[in-house]
Write a protein that binds this ligand. Structure first.
Ligand code: BES
Ligand code: ZN
Ligand code: ZN
Length: 484
C-alpha cells in the first residue's frame, strides 16, 4: 500500500510525478481547460484521462478524473480508487480531489489503500505481464486545506488500518482453497491476530467434539482436513460495550453429498469470506484501540463429499442442545454458524453480529453489490445500516417472517429443519434458522454477503477482481458507533 501523507500545497505547485485532479464542471481546472478539451475530456461520469501538463502545473503529468458536482464521501472513495488503478507504473502522486471535510479526507485515503490492492501471489515471475504487475505507487499526498489539523492526520492513519484489514480479508478469500483448508486458515488467523495484540484460541476436532459442536463437526466430517474454531478476544482497558462476531468459514463449499454443479462450485473458495471479514474487523478494531470489547468466532470447515460425509437425512446434535435434521448438505453455513452463535452467547455480549456468504437467494434478491441485513432487533439493524452507509457499503434490511419460523420448526424427527422445503425466501429461512441459536435478549444482526463478497467481473473503482473484503468497513464503523 502506498504511504499517504497530507499537504496544504496547491494543485499547481504540488511536487509529484502525477497530479490527480478531480474535475467538477464549476472548477477552474488549474488552467488546463484547453488541454482537457484537446484530449476529449468532457467530465462525464467515471471519465479518466491522462495528459501532459505542458508546464502549466508543476507535475509532469495530470490524471483528470470526473467528479459529480457535489460528491459524497463514497464518490471520493471511488474516485481515489479509480485513480490509483489508473496510475500503474507511477511512483508518486498528489491527489487534488477537493475534500470538504476530514471525513472526506479519510474516504480518499481509504480509496487509495483499497484501490492499490492486487493479488499476484500465484503469478510466476515470468508470467507477470504489465497488467498483472502490482501497483508501484509508493507515495501519495492528499492535498487538503485540513492538512494541518490533527484530526485529519489521525483520519489518514486510521484509514490505512481499515484498508489493510480489508486487503487482508481479500488475500484470504483469494487464496486457492487447497492452500487454505481449516487448519491452515486457523494458523494464518492466529498469526495476524497475535501480531495485533488480540488473544487467540484454536479448537481442533477433538476439542470441538468435547464441546458438543455437532454443527461444525457435521459439516467438516467429509473432508480430509478437519474443522477448526478460532476464538479471538480483544479486551481494551475500559470497554464501553461488548460486541461478539461470528463468521462463516467454509474454506471450500463443494455442496457436500448434495453436490453443486461445476459452474457454481468455481467461486466457492469465497465461502469463508464471512470469517475473513470478522477476523479482519477485529484486528482493525484492536489496532484502532476502540473502547469496545470484541469476542470473535471463526467457524472453519471444508464442505466435501466422501464416504464419511454427512448425509441428507442425518440428524446433528448441536452445541445448543438442539437437534437438526439435515435435508441438503449444501446448506452447510447455517450449521457451522449455529454453533458459533451458541458459543458467542456463552461470552454474554451486549451485541451480536454474524457475517456469512450464506444463500444464493440473497444474490437473487439483492444482486452482486448489496448485502442483506436480518435480525431480531430493528433498532440494531438500523444501527448496522447507518454504519454501512457511513462506510460506503450497500446493505438492505430484510424481514424474518412468521412463515419461516413455522418452517424451521417443521422437522418430523428432530427439533429443527435445516433446509427450506420450498425455494422461496431462502435468505429469510436461513436467518430464521440462525435465530434459534441466538441468545435471548441480545440484539443480533445477520449479514448475508453472498452477493458482494466476491467480484466475478472486472475491477472497478476501489473494488478488485475476486475477494472484496465486503462488510469489514461496516463492522469497524459499527464498533465506532457503539463506542459513541
Ligand atoms: N455458499 C453457498 C451460498 C452462496 C451462493 C455464496 C452464491 C456465494 C455465492 C451456500 O452454502 C449454499 O450453497 N446455499 C444454498 C442453500 C440451499 C441448498 C438451501 C443455495 O443458496 O443455493
Ligand atoms: Zn453450500
Ligand atoms: Zn456455503
Amino acid at each position: 500500500m502506498p504511504t499517504v501523507s497530507l499537504s496544504t500545497a496547491k494543485p499547481a505547485t504540488a511536487a509529484a510525478d502525477v497530479l490527480v485532479l478531480g474535475i467538477r464542471t464549476a472548477d477552474d481546472h488549474e488552467g488546463l481547460s484547453a488541454l482537457l478539451a484537446l484530449v476529449g475530456f468532457t467530465g462525464e461520469k467515471n471519465q479518466v484521462a491522462t495528459l501532459p501538463s505542458n508546464g502549466i502545473v508543476k507535475a509532469d503529468r495530470v490524471l483528470a478524473i470526473a467528479l459529480p458536482e457535489a460528491p459524497t464521501a463514497e464518490d471520493l472513495r471511488r474516485a481515489a480508487g479509480r485513480a490509483v488503478r489508473a496510475l500503474k507504473g507511477v511512483k508518486s502522486a498528489a491527489f487534488a480531489l477537493h475534500p470538504a471535510s476530514v471525513e472526506e479526507v479519510a474516504a480518499i485515503a481509504e480509496g487509495i489503500g483499497l484501490g492499490a490492492y492486487t493479488y499476484t501471489t500465484y503469478k510466476s515471475k515470468n508470467a507477470k505481464s504489465k497488467k498483472d504487475k502490482p501497483v508501484e505507487l509508493s507515495k501519495v499526498a492528499i492535498l487538503s486545506a485540513f492538512a494541518r489539523q490533527k484530526a485529519a492526520t489521525k483520519a489518514v492513519e486510521d484509514a490505512a488500518v481499515v484498508a489493510e484489514a480489508v486487503n487482508a480479508a481479500r488475500d484470504w478469500v483469494n487464496t486457492p482453497p487447497g492452500d487454505l483448508r481449516p487448519p491452515a486458515f486457523a494458523q494464518a488467523i492466529g498469526g495476524q491476530a497475535e501480531a495485533a495484540g488480540v488473544k487467540v484460541s484454536i479448537w481442533d476436532e477433538k476439542r470441538l467434539a468435547k464441546e458438543n459442536c455437532g454443527g461444525i463437526l457435521g459439516v467438516g466430517q467429509g473432508s480430509g482436513a478437519p474443522p477448526r474454531l478460532v476464538k479471538l478476544t480483544y479486551s481494551p482497558a475500559k470497554p464501553v460495550t461488548h460486541l461478539a462476531l461470528v463468521g462463516k468459514g467454509i474454506t471450500f463449499d463443494s455442496g457436500g453429498l448434495s453436490i453443486k454443479p461445476g459452474a457454481s462450485m468455481q467461486t466457492m473458495k469465497c465461502d469463508m469470506a464471512g470469517a475473513a471479514a470478522i477476523v479482519a474487523a477485529t484486528i482493525a478494531i484492536a489496532r484502532l484501540g476502540l473502547p469496545v470489547a470484541v469476542t470473535a468466532f471463526a467457524c472453519l470447515a471444508e464442505n466435501m463429499p466422501s464416504g464419511t460425509a454427512t448425509r441428507p437425512g442425518d440428524v446433528l446434535s448441536m452445541r445448543s442442545g438442539a437437534t437438526v435434521e439435515v435435508h441438503n448438505t449444501d446448506a452447510e453455513g447455517r450449521l457451522v454458524l449455529a454453533d458459533g452463535l451458541s458459543l458467542a452467547g456463552d461470552a454474554e455480549p451486549d451485541h451480536l453480529i454474524d457475517v456469512a456468504t450464506l444463500t444464493g437467494a440473497a444474490v437473487v434478491a439483492l444482486g452482486n453489490y448489496t448485502s442483506g441485513v436480518l435480525g431480531n432487533d430493528d433498532a440494531f439493524a438500523g444501527q448496522v445500516l447507518d454504519a454501512a452507509k457511513a462506510a460506503g457499503e450497500s446493505m438492505w434490511h430484510l424481514p424474518i417472517t412468521e412463515e419461516m419460523k413455522g418452517l424451521v420448526n417443521s422437522s418430523s424427527i428432530a427439533d429443527l429443519r435445516q433446509h427450506n422445503p420450498k425455494p422461496a425466501g431462502g435468505t429469510l429461512f436461513a436467518a430464521a434458522f440462525l435465530r434459534e441459536f441466538v441468545p435471548d435478549g441480545v440484539p443480533w444482526a445477520h449479514l448475508d454477503i453472498a452477493g458482494p463478497a466476491f467480484n466475478e467481473g472486472g475491477a472497478s473503482d476501489y473494488t478488485p477482481v475476486g475477494g472484496t473484503g465486503a462488510s469489514v468497513r461496516t463492522l469497524v464503523k459499527v464498533a465506532e458507533s457503539l463506542a459513541g
